[in-house]
Design a protein around this ligand. Structure first.
Ligand code: UD1
Length: 417
């Protein structure tokens, strides 16, 4: 298992190229299953998760080639509408194939994902959507089995769910009649999926709103060349790191429009930001001001940057409060950050962060993708040496993280043990 050895205390300087968004490419890869065809996806990040989704598509029968960020997917040969437990247990987003397989084969057998490091993470809303669309949904030996043709329906989600919105959309594009999704998630990654489906010939209105209207079409195109949007979470992580460490970096290939609330919070905390087209120049100011955040569905503060924000606030010049309203148990990083000298108290889903003047290196352990990122950036700000173990989590969601950090002056080494 690999680990990172990090020697903290180096300010950042230089350029960072932001990769394609993990959370956009995974459902789009799944969406290629809806119709037999040949697809080219560009700006695809080389991540453990994109490799896992590739493996899943291949199990289902697709042919996939990937090099230099270009993924070619041939779904004409798919014949096995099954997502096995061995794959789904390693990546929840495998559940994205449920809607596409049900749409194409009128049958899908997808393993239930089970829990994750920060709580139960149910899929009841996904299943509610599939049932509303008229398919038969059963649980058989740990697998969700969906049978029958979907038909247009009204779906009203009681809470905003990215995953359930994706599956409902993908199951509905070829369903006979009209489907209305109320309280749909409107994250940029949903919008990107809608762009992909629309380019394929789907009839969807209400993009970027919480009410989506899908009129089922009989046929979709059988080829498409599509470019994946930039990863707003990777971009946010680098901007937070820069403010924490001090320095000046420029992000390239980023969509600042997807980061509005994060950029506002960074400026409140002391970052100087200059936005020009798809690049952001970030300069750190004098010190880090304490700034509270509460995570919320887009356009609110993303839960996927909560842990990184906590690392930043651990060095602020005062106390701050961080509340996660999306994943109320997503705080496994708290104890690890405290090992590095942070002073964070947790009361249910509320973290009270007392800013400290110094963090100090220690051995710490990654528990999930974003928690790993928070530990790495805290370690980069700490005195001495930090060993971050179980970094396979970070490899799931950040492309070439240590190369990108080294390029801007960080002292970080990957060691295989
Ligand atoms: C996606 C992202 C993840 C991000 C999350 C919230 C991907 C691959 N993952 O996860 O990085 O942190 O959105 O922005 O894109 N819920 C239910 N029942 C369901 C589904 C969800 O109660 O059937 C709840 C969840 O427990 C959570 C909330 O809804 O409290 C939002 O979850 P959801 O938006 O579905 O997250 P994911 O799609 O799993």
């Amino acid at each position: 298992m690999d680990k990172f050895i990090i020697r903290g205390g180096h300010p950042l300087s230089g350029d960072v190229h932001i990769s394609g968004a993990k959370n956009a490419v995974l459902p789009i890869m799944a969406a290629t299953l809806i119709t037999p065809g040949h697809f080219i996806l560009r700006n695809v990040p080389d991540l453990r998760d994109t490799r896992t989704m590739r493996k899943l598509l291949e199990i289902i029968g697709a042919k996939v080639e990937f090099s230099n960020g270009v993924m070619k997917i041939d779904t004409t040969t798919c014949n096995n509408p099954v997502a096995p437990y061995e794959v789904v247990k390693t990546m929840r987003a495998s559940f994205d194939v449920l809607g596409p397989l049900a749409s194409r084969f009128r049958y899908a057998k997808v393993s239930l994902p089970g829990g994750c490091a920060w709580g139960p993470r149910p899929v009841d809303l996904h299943l509610k959507a599939m049932k509303a669309l008229g398919t038969e949904v059963t649980l058989e030996e740990g697998y969700i089995v969906v049978k029958g043709a979907a038909r247009g329906a009204d779906i009203n989600f009681e809470i905003s769910s990215v995953g359930a919105t994706k599956n409902a959309l993908m199951a509905a594009v070829k369903a006979k009649g009209k489907t209305v999704i109320q309280n749909a998630a409107c994250e940029p990654e949903i919008s990107a999926l809608i762009d992909f489906l629309t380019a394929l010939g789907a009839d969807i209105t209400g993009q970027d709103s919480t009410r989506l209207c899908i009129t089922g079409v009989q046929e979709l195109r059988n080829e498409l060349d599509f470019t994946i949007i930039p990863d707003r979470i990777e971009a946010g992580t680098f901007l937070i790191t820069n403010l924490l460490l001090g320095g000046e970096i420029r992000l390239h290939a980023v969509n600042p429009g997807h980061l509005s609330i994060v950029l506002n919070k960074l400026q409140e905390a002391g970052s100087e930001l200059e936005i020009s087209g798809n690049s952001i120049l970030a300069k750190s100011g004098a010190g880090i001001r304490p700034v509270n955040i509460t995570t919320a569905p887009y356009p609110g503060f993303p839960t996927d940057l909560q842990a990184q924000w906590m690392a930043l606030m651990s060095r602020a010049t005062g106390d701050s409060i961080i509340i996660d309203e999306i994943y109320r148990d997503r705080f496994t990083h708290v104890a690890e950050l405290n090992r590095l000298g942070a002073k964070i108290k947790l009361e249910q889903n509320v973290a009270i962060v007392e800013g400290v003047s110094q963090l100090a290196g220690a051995p710490v352990m990654s528990t999930d993708i974003r928690a790993s990122a928070s530990l790495i950036i805290a370690a980069l700000a700490a005195t001495g040496v930090t060993e971050v173990s179980r970094i396979y989590h970070i490899d799931r969601g950040y492309e070439k993280i240590e190369t990108k950090l080294k390029n801007i002056g960080a002292d970080i080494e990957r060691v295989s043990t």
